[in-house]
Design a protein around this ligand. Structure first.
Ligand code: PMP
Length: 434
């Protein structure tokens, strides 16, 4: 073992964090009192004092098959022992096998090819380059309330003010109204949202588009699902204007929604480009852009290089994740444990008027809190209070949405029915008195 100091005392960790982290690195602090984790196993986490939690956040949807999964860890350890890195200008069997396996997870029909990155934002940036290069158009549509990452390209496509910085972000990106049946500006009128696409193309663009980028279920935005029929009709409009459909599966992919492996499959569309990250590597830095060959080929004449893209270590993790999802039937588990979780949340909704809506699919669920169900005014301070209680009651959840009034539940896909019972009891206590 290397002889490196490691001070586990909480005050020392926090003092170092305060002294040496940049503001950008330390400003993301969910709880009033900082939380230090020491260990994870499956769907559970332990803090430095030994307190156990059910991880309903999956470390921000990264832990897809469970913390410290032995198959994933063994795959990475075996790879590290042989070769840690192999730049993409050389070849190695692990990333190419993985590209084949990932392409095989896509719907049949198109000729899918893969470009690996080490994060979601890098993958989003490449998807943007592909849209513009392959169509030779510039203008992009993205949804309000969407989150796509922090690089300049991904940030420009993000539609939430808290993640957009005071600088000239990329031009040619138009944020169209979010077709959110609960809180969207046209309510449940899907056609009205679709009409806005026509108007945006007509008045805000040269009439031609590079593409449309959507999350099939908005993650940070608060588990907002596209209404039935929207995505297929929107894609048709975008294609008529020369653009392509890019889906961001960073949160909704890899079986989490239960019914399908990819979120877009719930909508009967075939995208040209699919962006993935987070759960793809179960915590190892990995992302990918899977594109139809004709679109990907538009970059053939130039270099596009992500140094850690196709890392054999990360790709070894990615291969193992796919195998574990199959071997442990985690997509099925997401479907039936997700249904039980949803049923428990609906019971909570029936008892607590502060809950405006429970929504989601599979193991991607949310509770939206409002001051009254009629006006739907966001119950932001109350959400903060209940959120603090979830921690005390041994649950890790996330506070999401533009108004920070949504509790987001996106646990590792190995969550069990027994955990759901505990979650239901704990949440009941958290909502007491509200
Ligand atoms: N897309 C979505 C839907 C995301 O949730 C995120 C990250 N939260 C990203 C893209 C960006 O991924 P990364 O943080 O790995 O750059």
């Amino acid at each position: 073992m290397p002889d490196l100091d490691l001070d586990w005392s909480k005050p020392a960790i926090l003092a170092r964090r305060e002294r040496y982290y940049a503001a950008s690195q330390k400003s993301f602090m969910p709880y009033r009192e900082p939380l230090v984790f020491s260990r994870g196993q499956g769907q559970y986490l332990w803090d430095e004092s030994g307190k156990k939690y059910i991880d309903l956040l999956g470390m921000n949807v990264c832990i897809s098959v469970g913390h410290a999964h032995p198959v994933v860890n063994a795959a990475v350890q075996a790879q590290i022992a042989q070769l840690q890195h192999c730049t993409t200008m050389f070849s190695h069997p692990v990333p190419v096998h993985y590209a084949e396996e990932l392409a095989a997870r896509m719907p049949a029909g198109p000729d899918w090819v893969v470009h690996f990155t080490s994060s979601g934002a890098e993958a989003i940036d490449l998807a943007l380059v592909l849209a513009q290069t392959s169509t030779r158009n510039i203008d992009m549509l993205a949804l309000r309330n969407g989150y796509h990452g922090a690089t300049i390209g991904a940030q420009s496509l993000t539609g939430i003010a808290a993640f957009r910085h005071r600088m000239p972000l990329l031009g040619g990106i138009h944020h169209i109204p979010n077709p959110d049946p609960y809180r969207g500006i046209f309510g449940v009128d899907t056609q009205a949202y679709l009409d806005e696409i026509d108007r945006t193309i007509q008045y805000a663009t040269p009439g031609r588009l590079a593409g449309l980028l959507v999350e099939p279920i908005q993650g940070y935005g608060g588990i907002v699902e596209l209404p039935p029929g929207y995505l297929a009709a929107a894609a048709a409009k975008v294609r008529a204007a020369g653009g392509i459909l890019i889906v961001d599966e960073v949160q909704s992919g890899f079986g989490r929604t239960g019914e399908h492996f990819w979120g877009f499959e719930n909508h009967g569309v075939m995208p040209e480009v699919v962006v993935m990250a987070k759960g793809i590597g179960n915590g190892f830095p990995l992302g990918a852009v899977v594109a139809q060959r004709a679109v990907a080929d538009s970059l053939a004449g130039k270099f596009y290089f992500n140094t850690y893209g196709a890392s054999p270590m990360a790709c070894a993790a990615g291969r193992a994740v796919l195998q574990v999802i199959d071997d442990e039937r985690l997509q099925d588990n997401a479907r039936h444990v997700g249904a039980a979780l949803r049923a428990a949340l609906l019971q909570l909704h029936a008892r607590h008027p502060i809950i405006g809506e429970v929504r989601g699919r599979g193991l991607m669920q949310a509770i939206e809190l409002v001051t009254d169900r009629q006006s739907k005014a966001p119950a932001t301070p109350e959400t903060a209070e209940i959120f603090e209680r979830t921690r005390q009651h041994g649950l890790i959840v996330s506070k999401s949405g533009a108004h920070r009034n949504i509790l987001r539940l996106v646990p590792p896909m190995c969550l069990q029915l027994a955990d759901v019972e505990q979650v239901a009891q704990a949440l009941e206590r958290c909502f007491e008195g509200f």
